[in-house]
Design a protein around this ligand. Structure first.
Ligand code: B12
Ligand code: SF4
Length: 491
């Protein structure tokens, strides 16, 4: 499809609302105490939505290269699609069904627009499903979007040839074509996102920031390693400081979620960025606050103390299991003692901790589940979240099913010691036996959302503990409800 004129481009993005009922059906049971706290019945949508950094970074890159572009949150902004020639849909947080509904609606509202879909969703489903079933999509952009989308737009604008553009998918005479993977950008080519391309006025004062792309580890279930490629590409610390300063001066933003796959590795880089934040902001009275993804083996006292001083309020840790065999099978190179030590260190440094748990990885047994429970009870993270194993495509696990004695796909699987059906039941077993931590999807996100909304850490901790213990009286419960609702009604 070609349009021989200067293009007007819109990128739509956002995280869909999660319905409690859907979350439970999807294998994410919510604790009774959390349901009671929400007190809204089973079908109430919770909207944990704040702008992701990808679409704006992408739009900034296009804008710097002369393209007229805007970004809208599909789930939070009023979106008028009239007048756009190309509509890009960000699939960073969309699954297939959500993608289908956005594509259908975009096409209904602007049938003439060229529809381009990018983001992780383009690689979590095969091209014949995406282009075969969603016939309104014109092009897919795989992996990193900046250069690929720009080249694609220029080709559409000029009526040029597509086959020379790396990193795209399209139809050609009834066939689905995938062009070769594009070489990654040099980190100096990443843009400082220009948040004026999005309407921030209706959102809480919280932004995402990326300091690196990729991850140094190779956990067997993880999709991010292949998505971003190796080696990890690090942005220069001085550029990050500029980004924080610009966002403070333009929008008064001081609260962030660091979007990196693993911000704490390497430790000396993490410490060096913290030092700069302390020097450039904290010591000048600018209260930068943030959360990040962290790795168990990095959770050492000195680093955590520095992170706390630099404004870290919460960390999200992919603990995944407490059992040595399961951890080894996952390519995780830490022990349950390290988990307990690391989480304890973070708590003692005053940082709220959230642990993700995968239930059912090959090697999982009732005994390994018991070890995970006892590890969680000894480590006492503030919040945790259990999911059953999802066999994501192009992971070490998906590519070596035979050696893992694994059959099935995505959320329906079976191996020597467990099936996905059994794994779902074990989630309840974990929830019923973990004593000191709150089962909460996206716990650290809640923490930074509340921080951005002006709540103090003790208040947030009290909320999390109240959810866990469910012992509050009516007055306390009303206050918790107010805190929680305030944060959820923003978007
Ligand atoms: C931060 C993050 C979150 C935050 C998001 C908040 C926010 N607003 O930023 C939180 C914690 C809330 C979150 C939640 C979830 N997340 Co998340 N998250 C991430 C993470 C770590 C970083 C995202 C990011 O900002 N990346 C950096 C930017 C630059 O990358 P990007 O957005 O992908 O954009 C680039 C390209 O993808 C592409 N691109 C993106 N959009 C578009 C659009 C067009 C038109 C084009 C051409 C290109 C393009 O170009 C961009 C620049 O190169 C990623 C993993 C990762 N490291 O990327 C997972 C990830 C995106 N999350 C994922 C998942 C599954 C979830 C959850 C569903 C998890 C869960 N079960 O609860 C929930 C979503 C729930 C919901 N409905 O809200 C998956 C997505 C898989 C998929 N879509 O198939 C990922 C990849 C992690 C994983 N390995 O599984 N997440
Ligand atoms: S799970 Fe986390 S630490 Fe492991 S490879 Fe993926 S992003 Fe890296």
């Amino acid at each position: 499809m070609t349009l021989s004129k200067k293009l007007n481009v819109l990128i739509v993005c956002g995280t869909p609302k999660i319905r409690l009922k859907e979350a439970e059906e999807g294998g994410v049971p919510l604790s009774e105490s959390l349901k009671r706290l929400l007190d809204t019945g089973n079908d109430t949508p919770i909207h944990i939505s704040y702008p992701g950094v990808g679409p704006v970074t992408l739009a900034t890159y296009l804008s710097n290269n002369g393209i007229t572009v805007a970004v809208k949150d599909w789930y939070a902004d009023p979106v008028d699609l009239r007048g756009y020639d190309v509509i890009g849909i960000s699939g960073t947080h969309l699954d297939f069904d959500h993608l289908r509904s956005v594509v259908l609606e975009v096409h209904r509202l602007n049938p003439a627009a060229v529809i381009v879909v990018g983001g992780p969703v383009t690689l979590t489903y095969p091209i014949d499903k995406l282009l075969g079933e969603l016939t309104d999509i014109n092009y897919l952009v795989f992996n990193e979007g900046e250069k690929t989308f720009l080249e694609l737009l220029r080709a559409i604008e000029a009526g040029g040839e597509l086959s020379g553009i790396s990193g795209i998918g399209y139809r050609d005479n009834g066939r689905f074509i995938t062009t070769p993977r594009r070489q990654p950008l040099h980190p100096d080519e990443f843009c400082i996102p220009d948040w004026t391309l999005m309407d921030l006025s209706r959102r809480i004062p919280l932004l995402s920031i990326e300091t690196a792309r990729g991850c140094a580890y190779t956990c067997a279930y993880c999709f991010e390693v292949n998505f971003w490629g190796k080696p990890v590409r690090f942005r220069r610390p001085e550029v990050l400081i500029d980004e924080l300063r610009i966002n403070y001066e333009k929008f008064g933003i001081t609260t962030y979620r660091i979007a990196d796959s693993c911000f704490t590795t390497p430790e000396d880089r993490c410490a060096a960025i913290c030092d700069r934040i302390i020097r450039e902001f904290i010591q000048k009275g600018i209260p930068i606050r943030w959360s990040c993804y962290a790795r168990i083996n990095n959770l050492k006292k000195d680093l955590l103390t520095k992170m706390k001083e630099a404004g870290c309020v919460a960390i999200c840790v992919g603990m995944e299991s407490g059992d040595a065999t399961v951890l080894k099978n996952m390519n995780k190179f830490y022990s349950s003692d390290q988990i307990i030590g690391g989480i304890t260190n973070a708590r003692e440094a005053g940082i709220i901790t959230h642990c993700n748990i995968i239930v059912g990885f090959p090697g999982e047994t009732p005994e390994s589940i018991a070890t995970t429970i006892s590890t969680l009870n000894a480590a006492r993270p503030s919040t945790y979240h259990c999911m059953t194993l999802d066999i994501a495509p192009d992971t070490v696990l998906a590519n070596n099913k035979t050696s893992y004695s694994l059959s099935g796909d995505r959320l329906e699987w079976e191996h020597h010691t467990m099936s996905s059906r059994e794994a779902k039941k074990f989630i309840y077993e974990i929830m019923n036996n973990v004593k000191y931590s709150t089962h909460l999807p996206m716990g650290d996100v809640l923490t930074v959302l509340l921080t951005a909304d002006g709540h103090a850490l003790p208040e947030i901790r009290m909320l999390l503990e109240s959810i866990a213990n469910a012992t509050w009286d009516e007055k306390e419960r009303r206050m918790m409800n107010r805190i929680f609702r305030r944060e959820h009604t923003v978007s």
